[in-house]
Design a protein around this ligand. Structure first.
Ligand SMILES: *[C@@H]1O[C@H](CO)[C@@H](O)[C@H](O)[C@H]1NC(C)=O
Ligand SMILES: *[C@@H]1O[C@H](CO)[C@@H](O)[C@H](O)[C@H]1NC(C)=O
Ligand SMILES: *[C@@H]1O[C@H](CO)[C@@H](O)[C@H](O)[C@H]1NC(C)=O
Ligand SMILES: *[C@@H]1O[C@H](CO)[C@@H](O)[C@H](O)[C@H]1NC(C)=O
Length: 339
């Protein structure tokens, strides 16, 4: 992703159909660049969202925490270290997204909060967090600050925003360092166009090994699709057991190879090191939304025992998915609305 295309996204400008002329865009880009430069050069510290609030939510057990990457802030955000029972499953889900995607975050927060309300035991087992690299727009910095104060579910990593430029490596290694002696049994990286059914996820992880485990939709899933790459779990959402998260944070294999397709590279680190002896391929319960595409080993129609559906790129796909899983069926009747 070029910096200008991500800036387009942050400004909410689609490439096609933009009402703004190219010369205006150039000015905008230059202006934003200048602003970013000013902020970083003149006030580098004021840009650390994480340290703004380093004392704001000194971790109480079970409260959402955000991760800081500076040592000073780390103390203030030490997470709850809960007593660990052998059969407890606790999952940290890091949804990789961009600061500017407010609407998607709002949808995901609502969807996962409703699942937690419906099944309180899942709420205890799963922490959902949104994961960014450095927030470079002053507007986003202000608005994201509000979200952190209100929801406390955002992790800002020390990296520049990218998909395949090491964000996943930074995520796992930051989490490993930020949660020493953590009670998490698994850490999952997920995309922001993936719908996860937390109950199904937790139930299936209960039966998985607690160590040396790698869980997701395994690719390649047949000879036609992405053959002959060595096996890896699709970036839609995959989980590593906590020991592997700690391993990623310290291994040479992962430090050496950060830049590349993130899901393939995670598989590659583990393959090269002979790690992840316990692999859980969750096909056909994890898959891509089909739409009008032909079905394949990684893409098919909804199934009732779904763990996760990927490629929910727009609201209409989300609406279809949420209707299929009866999420909207619980709407209480009222005279005040009709839908
Ligand atoms: C973190 O806390 C410990 C113990 O309270 C203290 O000794 C240490 O100096 C703190 N570190 C930072 C960076 O503030
Ligand atoms: C992210 O922001 C911090 C604080 O402003 C800065 O020290 C760090 O170099 C930035 N990282 C990257 C990769 O830009
Ligand atoms: C983590 O556990 C080790 C060994 O049990 C202990 O020495 C260390 O102080 C703990 N660290 C934290 C931050 O609780
Ligand atoms: C949704 O509700 C309908 C009607 O009660 C039921 O037949 C269907 O199996 C439900 N779908 C799922 C995915 O649970």
């Amino acid at each position: 992703m070029s910096s200008s295309s991500s800036l387009y996204k942050q400004l909410g400008l689609g490439a096609a159909g933009s009402p703004i002329s190219p010369s205006h865009l150039l000015l905008l880009v230059l202006g934003a660049g200048f602003l970013a430069l000013t902020v970083f050069v003149v006030h580098p510290n004021e840009f650390r969202i994480q340290s703004f609030f380093s004392n704001a939510d000194c971790a109480q057990p079970h409260t959402p925490t955000h991760v800081a990457t500076s040592p000073a802030a780390e103390n203030a955000t030490t997470p709850a270290t809960l007593a660990r029972h052998d059969d407890d499953v606790r999952v940290l889900i890091g949804i990789q997204t961009l600061p500017s995607k407010y609407a998607r975050r709002n949808l995901l927060r609502t969807v996962y909060a409703l699942q937690a309300t419906e099944h309180p035991s899942h709420a205890v087992a799963v922490d959902v967090r949104f994961v960014f690299c450095n927030v470079t727009s002053p507007v986003d910095a202000a608005l994201v600050s509000l979200e952190i104060i209100r929801h406390g579910d955002i992790i800002v990593l020390d990296c520049t925003e990218n998909m395949d430029n090491g964000k996943t490596y930074t995520f796992f290694s930051t989490v490993a360092r930020a949660f020493p002696n953590s009670s998490y049994t698994y850490v999952m990286k997920a995309d922001d166009d993936t719908y996860i059914r937390l109950g199904a996820l937790v139930e299936s992880l209960r039966g998985a090994a607690r160590r040396d485990a790698y869980y997701g939709l395994q690719m390649p899933c047949d000879r036609e699709n992405f053959y002959p790459f060595p096996p890896f779990m699709s970036g839609m959402g995959y989980a590593l057991s906590w020991d592997l998260v700690e391993w990623v944070a310290t291994a040479e294999e992962s430090a050496r190879d950060r830049v590349g397709p993130e899901d393939m590279w995670t598989g590659r680190w583990l393959n090269l090191a002979g790690k992840a002896k316990n692999r859980y391929d969750m096909a056909p319960r994890m898959y891509n939304y089909r739409g009008v595409s032909p079905p394949s080993c990684f893409r098919h129609d909804f199934v009732p025992d779904t763990i996760a559906v990927h490629m929910l790129k727009d609201d209409s796909r989300w609406a279809e998915t949420l209707r299929y899983f009866n999420v909207t069926a619980h709407l209480p009747p009222s005279n005040l609305y009709h839908l």
